[in-house]
Write a new protein. Structure first.
Length: 328
């Protein structure tokens, strides 16, 4: 029976894994009594413990642990049993660590349990960074507060957002942004993909968060990220009200940098013809606003720029003059 009982195949792997996945405690006990390999790996989740954890079958998890299941065994989809459980909203995630998964889902009890069991509060995941960052991004203020109380590093860099402040700004969680600033978050920290918290909030159109960050001292002309400045981010995404706000607060309308060059070129390249600035300023990928409009086929914007007196023969950017851009 020993050889047959551990046969692998299908979604679950072994008979033990299948019964654990469904929470059939009595069958799990029976299979273990008859030689089932408790830490055998296979199937969708990896081990029987991971299967039970993912399903939230606490009594089955307890039996498996009592019988010697390896709690930190690495499995297929989720990693460890704790990670599997958190990802499904039970005691543990596939966000990098079990703690990150629990924080992402807003499971305070799970977060507390994992920390009590020695989870690394500042462990980094590939996509979201730390548990604090993912909680901030998903709007779980109570978990953000708890993690900081327990020693989470507020300004640690990691993941796609960079810091917890940038993660909160990305989804417009103004209350969390405000709380993080009160707790010492660096307002002008540069992130890996998005620049500063101000640039993130601007790009996503979260005007209330933008106003808060400016009130708290965010550098309005700080450079970095995909747009280079907050004003270029607002112009590229067509957030006219935010453009007006930034200009009122002292944003440099002709600042150069990044892929687009200036805010005007960013607006023109994305087809936002009602956002304007110095018409012949050169810089960026396209060279001038007219070249940006021509390259992207915005005939109405080309006509508008010509009506405003733009220089048609200017040589700059990657394409040269407007006739060359049009020919390309």
């Amino acid at each position: 029976m020993g050889a047959r009982i551990n046969a692998r195949g299908g979604v679950y792997g072994t008979a033990l894994q299948a019964s654990a996945a469904k929470g059939h405690k009595n069958i799990v006990e029976f299979l273990l009594q008859h030689g089932a390999e408790i830490n055998a790996e296979g199937g969708h989740y990896g081990t029987a413990l991971q299967q039970a954890a993912a399903g939230g079958h606490t009594d089955t998890v307890e039996i498996l642990l009592q019988k010697g299941a390896e709690i930190n065994a690495q499995g297929e989809r989720y990693g460890t049993a704790l990670q599997a459980a958190a990802a499904e909203g039970h005691k543990g995630g596939h966000y990098g660590t079990a703690l990150q998964s629990a924080a992402a889902k807003g499971h305070m009890d799970t977060v507390k349990l994992l920390l009590q069991q020695g989870a690394d509060i500042n462990a980094h995941g590939l996509y979201y960074g730390t548990a604090l960052q993912v909680a901030a991004n998903n709007g779980h203020k109570n978990i953000v507060e708890f993690l900081l109380q327990k020693g989470a590093e507020i300004n640690t860099q990691g993941g796609r957002y960079g810091t917890a402040l940038q993660a909160a700004a990305d989804n417009g969680h103004k209350d969390i942004v405000e709380f993080l600033l009160q707790q010492g978050a660096e307002i002008n920290a540069q992130g890996r993909d998005h620049g500063t918290a101000l640039q993130v909030a601007v790009a996503k159109g979260h005007k209330d968060t933008v106003q808060l960050l400016l009130q708290q001292g965010a550098e309005i002309n700080a450079q970095g990220g995909p747009y280079d400045t907050a004003l270029q981010a607002a112009a590229a995404e067509g957030h006219k009200d935010t453009v007006k706000l930034l200009l009122q607060e002292g944003a440099d309308i002709n600042a150069q940098g990044g892929h687009y060059g200036t805010a005007l070129q960013a607006a023109v390249a994305r087809g936002h013809k009602d956002i304007g600035a110095e018409i012949n300023v050169q810089g960026g990928h396209y060279g001038t606003a007219l070249q940006a409009a021509a390259d992207n086929g915005y005939k109405d914007i080309v006509n508008l720029l010509l009506q405003q007196g733009t220089e048609i023969s200017t040589q700059s950017g990657n394409y040269g003059s407007v006739p060359y851009v049009a020919a390309a």
